[in-house]
Each structure stands twice: as structure tokens, then as C-alpha cells.
Design a protein around this ligand. Structure first.
Ligand SMILES: NC(=O)c1ccc[n+]([C@@H]2O[C@H](COP(=O)([O-])OP(=O)(O)OC[C@H]3O[C@@H](n4cnc5c(N)ncnc54)[C@H](OP(=O)(O)O)[C@@H]3O)[C@@H](O)[C@H]2O)c1
Length: 329
């Protein structure tokens, strides 16, 4: 890192953007949000962040204020940016031509992508040279609190939980990666280098995608999902998605496949719901309703890839709603 404050442009000031703004500011970075005009006033006012911890109720809010706010590429062009972070869904990433315009307005900046769709990196490489593009995996849960009316856990504001021992993996060329890793670590974020995050995240993301489609078919109820028949269908779809991710990236799915058993999922959910300082059922409902177009796009991509590779996709198809979009090219 240079002695100058790194200038970081965070695209999207939703749950993830706010959490990264919090860590990057703690590291002394000069952080600016690039938001849609409809969010400019809210972002200028600032946000209240609540960091949740196991066995700690009602944390005090941490104000996130004084962050710069820009809404147009013309304004962006006036500054020399060190980093551009993409803090929106895979579907929002591909909506319109804003990535192309922003890439043309941000010079030689390092870009950090956090999107979960398996081909997002390849898509982005059309506009951002691969040597300038870092890939990250998000290890925390962040959401608009309260999740349910009357929930006194946190809020109003954005609550987040960094589960203990989790790592925020990042990959990319050394020269581009190190300034970002150092800044995140200086801000207290558990950043860790990984040789290839697209590969490392591919199987877990595929499994999560299938589990969330299954949970959605059961009205976001863990109890209903854990009934024998929906659970068998959902785990079958998760096994298919994991095999497709393995085929696409070369990551092994063996250890994850071994865990895709009814009693393992039931036990994992029982432990997680007991430990997590957040109502996980309510979180999954709120978050995966918000990003439902992204989950559908991801599932559609697995199905298309699976068919191309003559892998079984029948159980995934059975869970995917008919209206699911394909990823724009
Ligand atoms: N939240 C979590 O716990 C979590 C955990 C793991 C992974 N993720 C992933 O992280 C990504 C972001 O999630 P999130 O929870 O932060 O979503 P979010 O709260 O909806 O935030 C995304 C923000 O980016 C804005 N946006 C979209 N396109 C934009 C553009 N071209 N320019 C500027 N702003 C733009 C969105 O505006 P609109 O409201 O108009 O769309 C929204 O305000 C998703 O892929 C999600 O799956 C999230």
C-alpha cells in the first residue's frame, strides 16, 4: 500500500457495500459510494451499522457517515481510483451497459468482484482486463434490520454477522491483490488469499443455490423443507448443481457431496439456528427473496451448462420456476 490513502469506489450502497465501506474506512481508505440517483440522499445522510456477535444482544449502532457519494460516470472520471468494488447481484451486474461505461471512467483501477454466478468473472473480463480483476467471496450475512416487525435484535439500519473462523477469500494477481488484502486486514476484515476464488466458491455456491430454490418451494420454512420428500428433491438438485460446478471449474465436489445427506443438513441447520445471532429462516427469506432473480439466473446457467456436458439436470429443472431468466451475454 502506498502512503497515500487508497481511493476506493464502492458500486452499490446496499447491505454488502455498507459492510465493506465500514472495513475499508477502518483501514483508512478514502471511500466513495457510486449509487443510483434514487439512493443518493440516503447514502449522503449515512447509515447505521450493527455488528452481531454470538451471545450478544442488541449491539450499539456504528455510524457510517461522511462517505462520498457519486451518481454519474462524469463525476467518477474526475478522480484517480485505486479500487472499484462491485457490490451488487449478478443480475444487476449485467443489467444495461453501466459496467462498460464505468470501466472506461476508472482508468487503471483494480476491480473487485463479489458476484456468485459461475460465469460472472468471464463476463466481466469483456470490460475489465483479467490482470486487474480480483475475485472475492463474501463470508458474512448482512441485511436490513429489523428482519421481522418487532424484532429487537438490531436496527433500524444494516446488521451484519461475520461467523467466527470464516475467511473472506480473494484471488488475483499478486501486485493487485496485496494492496487490497492489506487494506482489508488493517480494517479488521478476515481477508485471505486463495489461488482461485471462482473455483473455490463454485461448489458451495451451486449447493446454496439449489438449497435456496428448495427452501423457496417450501415457503421459506425450514420445518417444511426438512420433510422427507422436499428434502430428498432439494438434496438431489444440490448434488446435480455441485457436479456441474465441478465439471465447469475443476473443483472437487466429493467432500460436499458426502455432506448432502438428510441427517447432515438437519444437524447443520439445528446447530446453525442455535448459534447464529440472527433468525436464519427470516434472513434466508428476506435475502433470497431480494436476490431471487440472481438465484434463478444461476440455476438456469447450471442447467444450460449441465445439458451441454450431458450431466443430469432433471432435479434442478424441477425446482426452477418457469420464468427463470438466462444470463445476458
Ligand atoms: N447480504 C448478504 O448477506 C450477502 C452474503 C453473501 C453474498 N451476497 C451477495 O452480494 C451481492 C449484493 O448483495 P446485497 O445484499 O448487498 O444486495 P442489496 O442490498 O440489494 O445491495 C445492492 C445495491 O446495489 C445497487 N445497484 C445495483 N446495480 C447498481 C449499479 N449499476 N450502480 C449502482 N448501484 C447499483 C442496488 O440497487 P437496487 O436496489 O435498485 O437494485 C442495491 O442498492 C449479491 O450478489 C448477494 O447475493 C450478499
Amino acid at each position: 500500500m502506498t502512503t497515500e490513502q487508497p481511493r476506493v469506489l464502492l458500486v452499490g450502497a446496499g447491505a454488502v457495500g455498507q459492510v465493506f465501506a465500514h472495513y475499508l474506512r477502518a483501514a483508512g481508505c478514502a471511500v466513495t459510494f457510486f449509487v443510483k440517483p434514487k439512493y443518493a440522499a440516503e447514502a449522503q445522510k449515512g447509515f447505521a451499522l450493527y455488528e452481531l456477535k454470538i451471545r450478544e444482544r442488541a449491539p450499539a449502532p456504528r455510524p457510517l457517515s461522511g462517505v462520498g457519494v457519486l451518481t454519474s460516470e462524469r463525476e467518477v472520471q474526475k478522480t484517480r481510483w485505486d479500487q472499484v468494488w462491485l457490490c451488487m447481484s449478478s443480475t444487476a451486474l449485467r443489467a444495461g451497459d453501466w459496467v462498460k461505461k464505468l470501466a472506461a471512467s476508472t482508468g487503471d483501477a483494480t476491480w473487485v468482484m463479489l458476484q456468485p454466478a459461475i460465469d460472472d468473472r468471464e463476463w466481466l473480463s469483456q470490460w475489465v482486463p483479467p490482470e486487474r480483476l480480483l475475485t472475492g467471496m463474501i463470508p458474512f450475512l448482512a441485511f436490513q434490520a429489523p428482519l421481522t416487525p418487532g424484532d429487537a435484535l438490531a436496527g433500524p439500519g444494516t446488521a451484519f454477522w461475520m461467523p467466527p473462523l470464516t475467511k473472506g477469500l480473494l484471488s488475483g494477481t499478486r501486485e493487485r491483490l496485496w494492496p487490497v488484502l492489506s487494506a482489508l486486514r488493517a480494517g479488521g476484515y478476515p481477508a485471505q488469499e486463495d489461488p482461485d476464488v471462482t473455483r473455490a466458491a463454485s461448489v458451495p455456491s451451486a449447493v446454496l443455490c439449489a438449497l435456496m430454490l428448495g427452501l423457496e418451494t417450501q415457503g421459506w420454512s425450514f420445518e417444511r423443507l426438512l420433510q422427507p420428500e422436499p428434502l430428498a428433491r432439494t438434496l438431489g438438485a444440490a448434488r446435480e448443481a455441485a457436479r456441474i460446478a465441478e465439471w465447469a471449474t475443476g473443483a472437487s465436489s466429493a467432500s460436499v457431496q458426502a455432506l448432502l445427506k438428510p441427517f447432515v443438513l438437519k444437524s447443520a441447520l439445528a446447530v446453525a439456528t442455535r448459534l447464529a445471532p440472527v433468525d436464519l429462516e427470516a434472513f434466508f427469506r428476506a435475502h433470497f427473496t431480494k436476490v431471487s432473480d440472481q438465484t434463478r439466473l444461476m440455476a438456469r446457467t447450471y442447467i444450460d451448462m449441465g445439458r451441454g456436458a450431458t450431466l443430469d439436470t432433471r432435479q434442478l429443472q424441477a425446482l426452477l420456476p418457469q420464468d427463470a431468466p438466462r444470463a445476458p451475454r
